[in-house]
Design a protein around this ligand. Structure first.
Ligand SMILES: [Zn+2]
Length: 84
């Protein structure tokens, strides 16, 4: 496995895939992968080709994911509202 693609190592620079700014990585690959596992579950959304995003965009992403998850749970519990 070529782990060059997983993400930047701590101290390396990377470009955020969302805002296109360049940052210095504050986390090791292992820390990033552990966090991704915790947030995204079984790693379905996280593989070697995943884009790297900065902390600010990451917060936006995880907030969106949580919101979408809540909508899906609501739909599962109450069904799809009928449209007139
Ligand atoms: Zn960003």
């Amino acid at each position: 496995m070529d782990d060059q693609q997983v993400g930047p190592e701590k101290g390396e620079t990377y470009t955020c895939a969302m805002c296109d700014r360049t940052y210095i990585a504050g986390w090791t690959k292992e820390e990033c992968l552990a966090e991704a596992d915790a947030v995204f579950g079984d790693g379905e959304c996280w593989d070697e080709g995943s884009d790297v995003v900065c902390d600010d965009c990451y917060q936006i992403l995880t907030t969106q994911l949580r919101d979408e998850r809540e909508v899906l749970i609501d739909l599962a519990q109450h069904g799809v509202p009928e449209l007139d």
